[in-house]
Ligand binder design. Structure first.
Ligand code: HEM
Length: 451
C-alpha cells in the first residue's frame, strides 16, 4: 500500500485540491493519516529517568512514517509543532520523549531557506561544519538511504522517486519538488552522502559510533551547519561524548551516567526526541548573537539594546536520537526553530516561566546560555507581559508557576482540530503572522566573518 502511495505521487501532483482531499480521506480510512499532537502526547509521554536505565523498550519493529500529502506550494505556509520546552522546577536531565517517527525529519515553511543556507555555509566553511572520518563512511551511506526512504514515504508529493534501484546494487534518483533539484544517488555515488542529506533534510546530523576498545562513543561524522553557538564541528569530530559535553553544565553529575545507560540499551526501534532552548535577538542559523564574540561583532550590547523587544526570540533546539540498524551508529539530529516572545505572550505562564528561569535557573545553566547578558534588558518587558496576562484574566496571582500541562508544546496544541493537514499547526495569536518569515532576509554581505 505504501508503494502505491508514492507511485501515485507524480499523478497526485496534478490533481486538484478537492480531488486530492477525497483521496486523502481514503488514505485516512486505511489509517495513513499523520498523527496529531494529542496522539503523540498520549504515545509519547516523557521517558522518565527511572525507565532509562532499566531497559525501557518502545516498539518491537522499526516504525515507518505515514504519508503527509502536502504539496510544494503548501510548504510555503506550513508550520510544524510549536515547541514550548519551559520547565519549572528546572533541573538538568535527559528530558527525552518517545519519538513518533513521522516527526523524525520535520517539514515547515522554512524548508527552502534552511536548505539554501546549508549549501551556502557548506561551500563557505567546508570542514568547519561538514566532515566524515573514514570510520564513519558506512554510517553516512546508511544514513543517506534512511533519510531518502523517510522523505519519500513521509512527503510523497515533495520527494518523487525517478529511479527506484536497490540501494545495495543500483541506488536511486529522487527529485526534490521544493528546490526542484534532481538528486542522482545511483552507484557509485557522485557526491558525499552528507551532501545529499543536506539537500533533503532541514536538520543538522551528528553520527556517533561506539569504540569497542574503550567503550566510549565518538563523533565520526557530522553535517552541522547550524550549531547556533560559536563552536565548529572541526572542534568536535573524532572526540568522544564526554569530551564534547565538557562544557555542558552538570554533565558529569546529572547526564553522563543516564546517557551511557540509555545508549547501551537503545535499539533502532526506540527513537526519542528532546528540546533545549536559549534566548537571542537575531535569527541567524550558524552563530547567534547571544553566543557571538566581540572580536567578530564589537557592538553586541548596543545591538541587543537597540533591537525591538518584539524581535527577541527563543531558539528551540529540537533534537532526535535514533540508531541505524546496519552500522549500529547513533544518529543525533538538531533542528533550530525560532519563536518570538511576542507570539507566545498570551500563552498561560510563558512570560512568567521565562522570567523565573532567566533569574533563578541553575547557576551553571544561566552562565552556559549567557542569560545574564539579556535578562535585565528583557525583565521590564517580561513584567509587562506578566501583568498583561493578569489583566486579561489568563493567569492570576495564585496561578502556580510550574511546567504547563501541554509541555513540551504550546497549550493550543490540544486536539487534532488545531491542526490543518496542509497548513500544519496554526498559532491563534493576533501577534503571529503565518506569512512572516523570521530567518529569511538578512544581508549575507553584512554577516560577521564567523557569521
Ligand atoms: C540523550 C542524549 C543527549 C543529551 C541528554 C544531551 C544533552 C546535552 C545538553 C544538555 C547540552 C547543553 C545544551 C542544551 O541545553 O541542550 C548538550 C550540548 C551538546 N551536545 Fe548533547 N546530549 C545528548 C546527546 C548528544 C549526542 C549524541 C551528540 C553528538 C555528538 C551531542 C552533541 C552535543 C553538542 C555538540 C553540544 C554543544 C556543546 C558545546 O556547547 O560546546 N549530544 N547536550
Amino acid at each position: 500500500m505504501i508503494e502505491l502511495v508514492f507511485l501515485s505521487a507524480g499523478v497526485l501532483l496534478l490533481l486538484s485540491t478537492q480531488f486530492r482531499n477525497q483521496i486523502m480521506a481514503i488514505f485516512k480510512r486505511f489509517s495513513f493519516a499523520s498523527s496529531s499532537p494529542v496522539e503523540e502526547k498520549a504515545k509519547s509521554s516523557p521517558v522518565s529517568e527511572a525507565k532509562n536505565g532499566k531497559g525501557y523498550m518502545g516498539n518491537d519493529t522499526i516504525q515507518e512514517p505515514t504519508p503527509l500529502m502536502i504539496t510544494p506550494e503548501e510548504v510555503a505556509m506550513y508550520d510544524d509543532r510549536p515547541w514550548r520546552p519551559f520547565r519549572w522546577p528546572y533541573h538538568q536531565t535527559m528530558s527525552i520523549f518517545k519519538l513518533d517517527i513521522n516527526h523524525w525529519l520535520d517539514m515547515d515553511k522554512y524548508y527552502q531557506h534552511y536548505i539554501d543556507e546549508k549549501k551556502r555555509i557548506r561551500l563557505k566553511f567546508g570542514k568547519q561544519n561538514f566532515d566524515c572520518l573514514p570510520e564513519g563512511k558506512d554510517a553516512c551511506v546508511e544514513l543517506m538511504e534512511m533519510v531518502v526512504d523517510h522523505m519519500v514515504k513521509r512527503y510523497p508529493l515533495l520527494f518523487v522517486v525517478l529511479k527506484n534501484g536497490d540501494w545495495a546494487t543500483e541506488g536511486k534518483i529522487v527529485r526534490n519538488e521544493v528546490t526542484k533539484e534532481i538528486l542522482d544517488m545511483t552507484l557509485p555515488l557522485k557526491q558525499d552522502p552528507l551532501v545529499f542529506i543536506s539537500k533533503l533534510a532541514k536538520e543538522d546530523f551528528y553520527i556517533v559510533k561506539k569504540n569497542e576498545k574503550d567503550g566510549l562513543h565518538y563523533l565520526v561524522a557530522a553535517a552541522v551547519p547550524f550549531p547556533g553557538g560559536s563552536f565548529g564541528i572541526d572542534q568536535k569530530i573524532g572526540r568522544n561524548l564526554d569530551v564534547i559535553h565538557t562544557d555542558v553544565p552538570y554533565y558529569e553529575t546529572k547526564l553522563k551516567r543516564s546517557m551511557e545507560r540509555w545508549f547501551e540499551k537503545m535499539r533502532p526501534e526506540d527513537p526519542v526526541e528532546r528540546a533545549s532552548w536559549y534566548i537571542t535577538w537575531d535569527t541567524m542559523l550558524k552563530v547567534n548573537n547571544i553566543y557571538q564574540r566581540p572580536e567578530f561583532k564589537p557592538n553586541l550590547e548596543a545591538d541587543m539594546k537597540g533591537t525591538d523587544l518584539r524581535e527577541f526570540n527563543v531558539r528551540v533546539e529540537r533534537q532526535t536520537l535514533r540508531r541505524l540498524p546496519r552500522s549500529n551508529a547513533i544518529i543525533f539530529t538538531n533542528h533550530p526553530v525560532f519563536y518570538s516572545i511576542d507570539e507566545m505572550k498570551d500563552e498561560p505562564m510563558v512570560p512568567s516561566l521565562i522570567k523565573k528561569i532567566l533569574y533563578e535557573g541553575p547557576e551553571d545553566i544561566l552562565k552556559y546560555k549567557n542569560f545574564a547578558f539579556v535578562r535585565d534588558h528583557l525583565s521590564p518587558y517580561l513584567d509587562s507581559l506578566i501583568q498583561r496576562q493578569k489583566d486579561l484574566g489568563i493567569i492570576t496571582d495564585e496561578t502556580p508557576l510550574k511546567t504547563q500541562p501541554s509541555y513540551p508544546f504550546a497549550y493550543w496544541v490540544k486536539d487534532d482540530t488545531s491542526k490543518n493537514d496542509f497548513q500544519g499547526w496554526n498559532n491563534p495569536s493576533p501577534s503571529y503572522s503565518k506569512a512572516h518569515m523570521k530567518t529569511a532576509g538578512f544581508d549575507t554581505a553584512k554577516l560577521a566573518p564567523n557569521e
